[in-house]
Ligand binder design. Structure first.
Ligand code: NAP
Length: 293
C-alpha cells in the first residue's frame, strides 16, 4: 500500500501554472486549479484536475496552495480576498518577484496564520517535472520538509534557507549569469559566423569550453571568499591584453562590441585599483558594494 498523494491547489494557469498543475497530475496528486480566465482550466480538467470557480474554493480544497501568476500585485489580487481560507495552510509562491516582495508576502501570510515558502523555478514550462531542473525555495525549513515530496513533482527542490527572500535573490543572480553566458555565446557565434561557421558547429566547442569555465569558477570561489586573488594562473593584465584581440577581431568583422567593451572596462577598473597582477576573481572588488571592499 502506498500513501495517497498530497492534495495540491494551483492558482494561476498561465504557461507556467499550467505546467505545474500538469506535473502534479502526472505524479498522481489530487489537483485543484483556478485561473482568472476560466477557459485555461479546460485541458487540465480533462486530465483529472478539479476546476474551482473562485480562489477561495480552490484554496479550501488543499493544505498546499501553489500560486504562479504574473507578479506580486496579481498575487495579492488573487489571495487577499480569500486570506481567511489560507489559515492553517501553506502558500508556496512561485510568482517571480524581488527579495523584498517575498519577505513582505511572508509577513502577510504569517499575519493570516498561514505558512509561506517563496520559490523560483529555474527552467521554462517544458522543463517542469524534470528532476534535473532546480526549483529554489526559501522559508522555514520545517515547512519545506513537510511539503518536499509534493514539491518534488515540479523539479528538484532546493531549500536555500529560512529567509524568504533568498529564492528571489538567487533567481536574480542566476538569471544575470544566464544572460551574460547566452549573450557571450551569441557574440562568439556572430564572430565565427562572420567567416562562415554555423552556430551548430561552433556550439559543441563552446560547450566544452564552458566545462573548463565551470572549473575556473570552482577555483576562484574560495579566493572571493578569502579576499585573496593569487595571479598564479592568468592575471587581470593578461586578460586585458586578450580581450583586445577579441575587440579587434569582432570590430574587423562588423560584430557589435558592446559586451566585450563592457568586460574590458571592468577589467581596467580592477587593474587601476591595483589588481593587475591578481587573478580574474579580483574583479569582485570593483563589482560589490564599496562597504565590502
Ligand atoms: P503567463 O503565461 O503570462 O501567465 C500569467 C498568469 O498570471 C495567468 O494565469 C494570468 O491569468 C495571471 N494573471 C495576470 N494578472 C493577473 C491578475 N491581475 N489577477 C489574476 N491573475 C492574473 O506567464 P507565465 O509564463 O505563466 O509566468 C507566471 C510566473 O512564473 C511569472 O511570475 C514568471 O516570471 C514566472 N516564471 C515563468 C517562467 C517561464 O519560463 N514562463 C520561468 C520561471 C518563472 P489570465 O490567464 O486570466 O490572464
Amino acid at each position: 500500500m502506498t500513501a495517497p498523494q498530497q492534495a495540491v491547489t494551483v492558482l494561476g494557469l498561465g504557461q507556467m501554472g499550467s505546467a505545474l498543475a500538469a506535473a502534479l497530475l502526472d505524479r498522481g496528486h489530487p489537483t485543484t486549479v483556478w485561473n482568472r480566465t476560466p477557459g485555461k482550466a479546460g485541458p487540465l480538467a480533462e486530465r483529472g484536475a478539479r476546476a474551482a470557480a473562485t480562489p477561495r474554493e480552490a484554496i479550501a480544497a488543499s493544505p498546499l496552495v501553489i500560486a504562479c501568476v504574473l507578479d506580486h500585485e496579481a498575487l495579492h489580487t488573487v489571495v487577499d480576498p480569500a486570506a481567511d481560507t489560507l489559515r492553517g495552510r501553506t502558500l508556496v509562491n512561485l510568482t517571480s518577484g524581488s527579495p523584498e516582495q517575498a519577505r513582505e508576502a511572508a509577513a502577510w501570510a504569517a499575519s493570516r496564520e498561514a505558512d509561506y515558502l517563496d520559490g523560483a523555478i529555474m527552467t521554462t514550462p517544458p522543463g517542469v517535472g524534470d528532476p534535473a531542473m532546480m526549483v529554489l525555495y526559501s522559508g522555514a525549513e520545517k515547512v519545506f520538509e513537510t511539503h518536499r515530496p509534493a514539491l518534488a513533482a515540479l523539479g528538484d527542490p532546493l531549500h536555500l534557507g529560512a529567509d524568504p527572500g533568498l529564492a528571489s535573490l538567487y533567481d536574480a543572480a542566476l538569471l544575470g549569469l544566464m544572460w551574460s553566458t547566452m549573450t557571450g555565446w551569441l557574440h562568439g557565434t556572430a564572430l565565427v559566423g562572420a567567416e562562415g561557421t554555423p552556430a551548430a558547429a561552433f556550439t559543441p566547442v563552446a560547450l566544452r569550453w564552458l566545462t573548463a569555465v565551470a572549473g575556473f569558477l570552482t577555483r576562484y570561489a574560495p579566493q572571493v571568499d578569502e579576499g585573496r586573488y593569487p595571479g598564479d594562473d592568468a592575471t587581470v593584465d593578461v586578460q586585458i591584453a586578450a580581450v583586445d584581440h577579441l575587440l579587434h577581431a569582432a570590430a574587423a568583422r562588423g560584430v557589435d562590441n558592446a559586451l566585450p567593451g563592457l568586460l574590458k572596462a571592468v577589467m581596467e577598473k580592477a587593474s587601476a585599483a591595483g589588481h593587475g597582477q591578481d587573478s580574474y576573481a579580483a574583479l569582485i572588488e570593483v563589482l560589490r558594494p564599496a562597504s565590502r571592499t
